[in-house]
Design a binder for this molecule. Structure first.
Ligand code: NAP
Ligand code: ZN
Ligand code: ZN
Length: 347
């Protein structure tokens, strides 16, 4: 066991504080990672504020983790000391259920082990990436390509894979019209990845204030959802809509933007239900779907895809002391486009 520096939420209503947490001893199949950067995902905020249910406080969150391997267990074959690696939203799964065997560990039928707030194999509660070190089973550790700097790679481990997976599954590519709703952490990665896949990308943001950035990320079109004319102009336009919004929005208005057989995929995870009017689905044999992160092999594929296409996140690097302020800014949609904690400032 090792005691390491971390940032933790003491409760749903208090600011995050500096503290220490315990990491398990490096087992035969474990990798010890010295964390360099950790991204701030909106899921961290939903979680620590108790919006998604009970939380085992105090909790250290963070599931966009990159750093360097500093120790490996005796049986580790996939990683070596000095490797640049990443860890995303899961640190284990059952490995024997149909979904795990199909490489879809995120849908493990026995429940994957979340990087934070999960029940670890030694019975303790998993603690996330806002910390200086983490010990993870080698099978849940990804290789970060040399071409991607650590700080802009970190958000790929959640925002990148969460958007890559549905874009790949629903075949974003040449000849396909893809809309991205909300251009925050997930949204800006969805724009970059869908454009790199060859799709024609439209951003649907609350205002036009980030239009220049959206076009620079690869979007062809950019509309404000605060303008009712947007919903008339774009009716029956898209093959695929990726909804990244962290709050409830009127599903029927967005479903009507799908053309025949189009699919709207929810990746944004507001705690409230999103009511669906079936008539909005009937109108063009539309589908309403959901998608959760991505499997381990697919996450590696996404990292390699981003390296090959020269894309990664646009980030604002912050010090450990500025996490609470960053949370407030995320909640105001004032993030360009992912906050990443420089973990050096936690040593
Ligand atoms: P984020 O950076 O805060 O981005 C969310 C964006 O949604 C904002 O930038 C804003 O975009 C838009 N938005 C926010 N409030 C809105 C409102 N009231 N009405 C309309 N639009 C609004 O958050 P994120 O880190 O990208 O995460 C987005 C959501 O995905 C969160 O709910 C998170 O928990 C969830 N998530 C899900 C998965 C999964 O596996 N499914 C994985 C990671 C995250 P504009 O300023 O452009 O309007
Ligand atoms: Zn996340
Ligand atoms: Zn499983």
């Amino acid at each position: 066991m090792a005691t390491v520096n971390a940032i933790a939420a003491p409760s749903a209503i208090e600011p995050l504080v500096r503290t220490t947490i315990e990491r398990r001893a490096v087992g035969p199949r474990d990798v010890l990672i010295e964390i360099r950067y950790a991204g701030i995902c909106h899921s961290d905020i939903h979680t620590v504020r108790g919006e998604w249910g009970r939380v085992p406080y105090p909790l250290t969150v963070g599931h966009e983790i990159v750093g360097q391997v500093t120790e490996v267990g005796a049986e580790v074959t996939r990683h070596s000391v000095g490797d640049r690696v990443g860890v995303g939203c899961m640190v284990n799964s059952c490995r024997v259920c149909d979904n795990c065997k199909a490489g879809q560990e995120q849908y493990c039928l026995n429940g994957n082990v979340g990087t934070y707030g999960g029940s670890d194999r030694d019975g303790t509660i998993t603690q996330g990436g806002y910390s200086t070190h983490i010990v993870v089973d080698e099978d849940f550790v990804l290789r970060v390509p040399e071409a991607i700097p650590y700080e802009t790679a970190a958000p790929l481990l959640c925002a990148g894979i969460t958007t890559y997976s549905p874009l790949a599954h629903w075949k974003a590519g040449p000849g396909r019209n893809v809309a991205v709703v909300g251009m925050g952490g997930l949204g800006h990665m969805a724009v970059k990845i869908a454009a790199a896949m060859g799709a024609e990308v439209t951003v649907l943001s609350q205002t036009l204030s980030k239009k220049d950035d959206g076009l620079a990320f690869g979007a062809k079109h950019y509309y404000a959802t605060s303008d009712p004319a947007t919903f008339k102009t774009l009716s029956n336009s898209f093959d695929l809509i990726i909804n990244t919004v962290s709050a409830p929005i009127d599903m029927a208005s967005y479903l009507r933007l799908l053309r025949l057989d189009g699919t709207l995929v929810a990746v944004g995870a507001p705690p409230e239900p999103l009511p669906v009017q079936v008539f909005a689905l009937f109108g063009a044999r539309r589908s309403f779907a959901g998608s959760s992160i991505g499997g381990i092999a697919e996450t590696q594929e996404m990292l390699d895809f981003c390296a090959e296409h020269g894309i990664s996140a646009q980030v604002e690097v912050i010090n450990a002391a500025d996490v609470n302020e960053a949370y407030d800014r995320v909640l105001k949609s004032d993030v360009r486009y992912r906050f990443v904690i420089d973990i050096n400032t936690l040593h």
